[in-house]
Design a protein around this ligand. Structure first.
Ligand SMILES: [Mg+2]
Length: 380
């Protein structure tokens, strides 16, 4: 059966989607409202098997959806078309050389290749990434609605669904708003795990004083309080505040993780396939963190259930990611997900599927309905 991995890739199709969201969300680094923009890639093999991947780009964080689309369309397509489906290692090495950055496009390519090969040989993506270490992944949901009453209603819904981890997005409005929300969550839900994420929202002049206030309320951790490139300040804050400090925007790939560990900027890291440039590079980020004695959770960008599932498959095969995942958008933020079946969440945890490939597929009608660009429209 593995001989079938030599069948050539014959189809490479792209969709630029605008998927409506339920509300506005404010983050230290920027705001999302109305729609989540994302790119979907479909690879087809000569035998008719298909593999899907998603490039979830956020312009203020990783890069733009237009850049992801162009990277896939112009620079990554020629690397794989006509080539044997199973040569993933070579494709991803070539992708690093073919176009700089564009990590979301590379994540989409690797996801689609793994999905395709998993379907050809009949195994799940987690089996191609080293094998399963967990069946479920605890789910965390972020709170970033400018209307805090709406977030409190969301927390009630989350708790009813068994979700016991939330992450409060801070550093957008003033410090009093952040402290009020944190105190309210603590008093209304004393047993809830609460994490705090500034998304680079603080300046060097007030970061330490604000973090000391927040630390009094003992969140699980505080994430990325200051700008991504301020490594020395991150290291100073880490020692000034009792609560663990996590790096997100400061650490994209394994190379950043090595530097972050050696400069002591964090106690843990947000591992994201969109930052790392693929599932296996994301695994490497987590493994370097673990080797340095640091912890990790599985984060995401603004994405659909398709990219969530790529992340879930990666975490299912990565023991070093111990703090759960944030794949909540498909269920709690998009008005409607693009997957044919609901993104699998049960009792507050993502359930890792055992079916071939990713174990999920996008619904063709959803791809067309949400498309700003699609193969059908390019033909028209
Ligand atoms: Mg973050």
């Amino acid at each position: 059966m593995t001989g079938e991995l030599n069948q050539p890739i014959t189809g490479f199709d792209l969709w630029h989607l605008e998927v409506p969201v339920v509300s506005r969300r404010d983050h230290g680094v920027g705001t999302v409202a109305d729609v989540c923009e994302t790119i979907v890639l479909r690879l087809t093999s000569e035998g008719g098997a298909e593999g899907f991947g998603e490039a979830a780009a956020w312009a203020v964080f990783t890069g733009s959806p237009e850049a992801s689309y162009a990277a896939l369309d112009r620079y990554l397509r020629p690397l794989v078309l006509g080539q044997p489906a199973g040569h993933i290692g070579r494709f991803m090495a070539d992708a690093e050389r073919a176009v700089a950055h564009c990590t979301e496009a590379k994540a989409a390519l690797e996801t689609a290749l793994l999905d395709l090969c998993g379907r050809i040989v009949g195994v799940p993506v987690w089996a191609l990434l080293g094998g399963k270490c967990r069946d479920t992944i605890p789910l965390s949901c972020s709170l970033a609605d400018p209307d805090f009453d709406a977030d409190l209603r969301l927390v009630d819904r989350l708790r009813a669904d068994g979700v016991n981890i939330v992450k409060l997005k801070t550093g957008v409005k003033d410090h009093r708003f952040d402290m009020m929300r944190l105190e309210r969550l603590r008093s209304d839900h004393p047993d809830l795990c609460v994490r705090v994420d500034y998304n680079q929202g603080l300046g060097p002049e007030d970061a330490e004083a604000r973090l000391r206030d927040v630390a009094r309320l003992a969140p699980d951790f505080i994430e990325q309080p200051v700008r991504a490139d301020q490594y020395a300040l991150m290291a100073r804050l880490r020692h000034a505040v009792e609560v663990p400090l996590l790096a997100d925007e400061s650490v994209f790939g394994p190379e950043d993780m090595l530097r972050a560990a050696s400069e002591g900027i964090c106690d843990g890291v947000a591992v994201k396939i969109m930052k790392a440039g693929g599932l296996r590079r994301a695994q490497r980020v987590a493994e370097i963190a673990a080797a340095a004695g640091l912890t990790a959770y599985g984060g995401d960008m603004f994405e659909t259930g398709l990219a969530h599932m790529a992340g879930a498959q990666m975490i299912a095969a990565t023991p070093a990611i111990k703090l759960g995942c944030e794949f909540y958008q498909a269920r709690y933020y998009l008005q409607e997900d693009i997957l044919e079946t609901p993104f699998p969440v049960s009792d507050g945890a993502v359930v890792v599927p055992d079916g071939p490939g990713l174990g999920v597929v996008p619904a063709p009608d959803a791809l067309e309905r949400f498309a700003r660009r699609s193969p059908a429209r390019e033909m028209a």
